[in-house]
Design a protein around this ligand. Structure first.
Ligand SMILES: [Zn+2]
Length: 619
């Protein structure tokens, strides 16, 4: 160690001196070493990659290795011979460096090209490193090109750049190109541990993880940050003093926040938010940090994407553990709420309220909203996420004691009971599972439950049940539906609780008619819809009989769109549709489609009214 020597910053002191000690570029250094071993040297190399990943270091190591007088058995520079020491001291005649960022004129390049003609006095090669080569002026580029084309045998050019796309093709085509990677968090943490042990600094891995994250892939930055923290903590780098020193928000907050979301604990979420603000962190910073945390949970949830997690192994384990407690749909819904908050933040008149509302909604994703909130929420104009706050702040909101019939209290009285009697059911429409052909699953495309409806017209199916129980693990019972989460057409996509307004038949027919009117482009589906007659088949179920398999197919194709529309219109997320091909056509065939539709309309005042309001006619 360096007791008597002046202080040298770690980035310089621990600059790699051999290929083996270059951090995080193993494949690339192996290739370079092989090239040197086999004596197949190119005359020009281009090292590309972000800053701080070891391009210049590798160039120097390369120059040292090809000139070393007694290389080690494994092909590294010895570090002690005259040539190695001259390069280390920075006064080797064989190594010329030019920083094109500040020396980009024709004259600067000319000083290089003139030196190229002087052969090495000792050693075998003269190496010219041109850093940030993309900064050369056009004239300088052109002046350089001739030399680059036919350099003397003893010359090797190593050009380095952070912006490969700015290097002109004529230069690119003359170079062997090496792409340096960003250094991974784990590689950095390992190297920092090594440096710390050499310096007698105690550390913990979480702290080094934070430093590595802050350095964003650049080892040089990581070492500078490390120096800073080590100095201010007097040689004892802990997680706590690191986040304080670097003004980083403790990721623990995010974990606790998500715990609060999972258990629907609005109070905890709001208090955590206050805590974060009290520490001086900006609300938007927290919102974005939270979004990043959700993203990290999402990639941690799937072993295939776990490698996208940029964090130390210890924290990765925490991510994986927390992600196990969350259903996949939650991530999208949560990220959507957070991005909405981010988008609306700048224009919100009360930013704190906006953030608090977002947190409340996040708490409600996995627990059913209480009826008052549900009612308020539903009156919001479509797609306006910021309108609710004032009311949403009412104290009773969101503390989410599961209500057995969410939404029911907000139902207008006249549409309460089911009106199964509203029209005489043709015999064929009575669901007949025994002979029914394929059954279209309304949640087609999602692997969530299909609620295969048996002919349970009378049985009040346990529809609201899935909403209620809050499972101990925080994982919802598998009742999530397409319209709850995925398709973003739903302005309420942010919530995972079910709306379950009782469906009146008139209202259903109105929804049916409106979908037809609004989607004329779906020709086949529309004509199938017109030709069919939906009949209630349970509290939240409708049965549709069609005459031809082709019509069934039309329903299948557009089912997600149709079911989503109907669910939103009827404010009932439990609605299912069962489409069947009429296996006994005689009974239903009497009426041609047009007549049939007339009959439907005549039986449904709402539809009739709707059609006349639209000034539409049956065709
Ligand atoms: Zn040597």
């Amino acid at each position: 160690m360096s007791e008597q020597k002046p202080y040298v910053v770690s980035a310089r002191k621990y600059r790699p001196a051999t290929f083996k000690t270059v951090v995080g570029q193993r494949a690339l250094t192996a290739t370079l070493k092989n090239a040197i071993d086999s004596g197949r040297l190119a005359q020009a190399y281009l090292f590309c990659g972000p800053r701080g990943v070891g391009k210049t270091s590798c160039a120097r190591i390369f120059a040292k290795t090809i000139n070393c007088l007694s290389p080690t058995p494994d092909g590294e520079a010895c570090g002690v011979c005259e040539s190695c020491r001259a390069i280390d001291r920075g006064n080797s005649f064989n190594l010329v460096e030019l920083d094109a960022a500040s020396n980009n004129s024709v004259d600067d390049i000319r000083s290089i090209t003139e030196q190229v003609n002087v052969p090495p006095q000792s050693g075998r090669y003269r190496v010219f490193i041109i850093d940030e080569v993309h900064m050369l002026s056009n004239a300088a580029f052109n002046a350089f090109l001739k030399t680059l084309e036919e350099p003397p045998k003893y010359v090797v050019f190593i050009l380095a750049t952070t912006e490969k796309h700015k290097v002109i093709p004529t230069i690119l085509s003359r170079c062997q190109i090496y792409d340096f990677k960003r250094i991974t968090i784990n590689d950095m943490v390992e190297h920092l541990e090594y440096v710390a042990s050499q310096e007698g600094v105690t550390t913990d891995r979480d702290a080094l993880g934070v430093i590595a994250l802050k350095a964003d892939g650049a080892m040089r930055d990581a070492l500078s940050i490390f120096d800073q923290v080590a100095a201010s903590s007097r040689g004892n780098v802990t997680y706590a003093n690191t986040i304080e020193n670097l003004n980083v928000l403790d990721y623990d907050y995010y974990f606790r926040m998500v715990d609060a979301f999972r258990s629907g604990d609005v109070s905890s979420a709001l208090l955590l938010y206050k805590d974060i603000r009290d520490k001086g962190f900006d609300s938007l910073f927290m919102v974005n940090g939270l979004a990043a945390h959700v993203r990290d949970l999402m990639v941690a949830a799937d072993p295939r994407t776990a490698s996208l997690l940029e964090t130390s192994e210890e924290i990765a384990v925490r991510y994986t553990e927390q992600s196990r407690t969350l259903p996949p749909q939650w991530y999208y819904a949560a990220m959507r709420l957070l991005t909405d908050c981010d988008l609306n933040y700048r224009t919100a008149s009360s930013k704190r309220l906006l953030v608090e509302l977002t947190l409340i909604r996040l708490c409600q994703l996995l627990t059913p909203a209480t009826p008052p909130f549900d009612a308020i929420d539903r009156k919001q104009p479509l797609g306006d996420p910021t309108k609710a706050p004032s009311k949403a702040q009412e104290p009773q909101v969101g503390y989410g004691s599961p209500s057995p019939h969410p939404g029911s209290s907000s139902t207008p009285p006249q549409s309460r009971p089911q009106q199964l009697q509203s029209q005489p059911q043709p015999t064929a429409a009575t669901p007949q599972p025994a002979i029914a052909k394929p059954v279209v699953n309304p949640s087609a495309g999602s692997n969530s439950v299909a609620q295969p409806k048996p002919a349970a017209a009378s049985k009040p199916t346990a529809a609201p049940k899935p909403v209620a129980p809050k499972v101990a693990t925080g994982r919802r019972p598998s009742t999530l539906r397409l319209s709850d989460v995925g398709s973003n057409v739903n302005p309420d996509a942010g919530r995972l609780t079910h709306r379950a307004t009782p469906i009146s038949h008139d209202r259903f027919i109105q929804a049916w008619g409106e979908f037809i009117a609004r989607n004329p482009q779906l020709h086949i589906l529309i004509s199938a819809m017109r030709a069919s007659k939906p009949t209630p088949a349970g509290e939240h179920a409708y049965s549709i009989i069609v005459d031809h398999p082709a019509q069934l197919q039309a329903f299948e194709l557009s089912m997600p769109k149709l079911i989503e529309y109907l669910r939103n219109f009827l404010e009932n997320d439990l609605l299912t549709l069962k489409v069947e091909v009429n296996t006994n056509p005689v009974e239903n065939k009497q009426l041609p489609p047009k007549e049939f539709l007339r009959q439907v309309v005549s039986e449904n005042s709402a539809l009739a009214g709707f059609l006349s309001a639209l000034d539409a006619e049956l065709v």
